[in-house]
Design a protein around this ligand. Structure first.
Ligand code: NAP
Length: 258
């Protein structure tokens, strides 16, 4: 059987890096896209002696001059696309500038939207392609700090519905993976540091952190990367019936009615 191709954006760190490696282990031929130059890359998980590997592609998704030709540059349309790249406004004391806001919206909403449209346009009719848009429970609970990020993710949520409509009858599916707070190595290290200082266990401090940061969550642990990987596998395996799906691995953040 021919090897299936996957594209993962945001693959230089965080969840995207994990997913790129895990999908390569599953047997996908993975292209991982990131902003930093390849030389600044931490070794991708599968570079170290494994038979599968991730091919790295450097591209600035916030730059329209890069974004417009990107779909064609990727060559054959991937069978799976995971949009994981994310940008935040810089942490400064004043309000973000219009350019900074635009950059956040470009990376988090316009890039996944336009790249998906470009790929769907070129997809051969007989090929099934699944597109997974990683979104965030932040859309349900914005505050003064998270509002620009949350607004860009909310914009992408609505654009994803438009993409699902484009997919209708085309042997493609665009789905949303809505995530709550992730168990990133940095977050865990910080929680461990605080736990040691207060003479508490990591589990206890994580529970306290979640209660305080997201009082509406019903989970006691951060969401691990492997649960996200399994959700991506699940969505990718559904076929066209997964079009328009929202898979919520978000700790129940939006309450019971949504
Ligand atoms: N972290 C959480 O708790 C959380 C919660 C809910 C949802 N999510 C969602 O999960 C996804 C992954 O989040 P994460 O925290 O794991 O991400 P992350 O660690 O912050 O990594 C962001 C990735 O996006 C890339 N990127 C940023 N700007 C870019 C640009 N202009 N062009 C191309 N690539 C760019 C970065 O590349 P460089 O490293 O090269 O700069 C990096 O690979 C995001 O969609 C996020 O919204 C995260």
């Amino acid at each position: 059987m021919p090897v299936k191709r996957a594209l993962v954006t945001g693959a230089s760190r965080g969840l995207g890096r994990y997913l790129a490696g895990a999908l390569a282990t599953d047997g996908w031929a993975v292209t991982g896209l990131g902003l930093r130059p390849e030389g600044d890359l931490l070794s991708l998980p599968l570079d170290e002696g494994s038979e599968s590997e991730v091919t790295y592609l450097q591209a600035d998704l916030g730059d329209p001059a890069t974004l417009v030709p990107l779909s064609a540059k990727l060559g054959e349309v991937p069978d799976l696309v995971v949009h994981c790249a994310v940008a935040y406004p810089p942490r400064t004391s004043g309000p973000p500038t219009p350019d900074q806001l635009q950059d956040v919206f470009r990376v988090n909403a316009f890039a996944p939207y336009l790249l998906t449209l470009g790929l769907l346009e070129r997809k051969p009719a007989e090929q099934f392609t699944a597109v997974v848009v990683v979104n965030s429970e932040a859309v349900f609970a914005a505050d003064k700090d998270s509002a620009p990020y949350a607004a860009s993710k909310a914009a992408m949520r609505v654009l994803t519905t438009g993409l699902a409509d484009v997919c209708k009858g085309t042997n493609a599916a665009v789905a949303t993976l809505m995530l709550g707070p992730l168990s990133s190595p940095d977050k865990r290290a910080e929680l461990r540091r605080i736990a040691e200082k207060r003479n508490l266990s990591e589990e206890e401090i994580t529970r306290m952190f979640l209660r305080r940061s997201n009082p509406n969550l019903v989970i006691d642990t951060l969401i691990d990367y492997e649960a996200c990987h399994r959700s991506v596998q699940y969505i990718a395996g559904l076929g066209p019936v997964g079009n328009g799906m929202v898979c919520r691995l978000d700790g129940g953040s939006a309450g019971s009615l949504i």
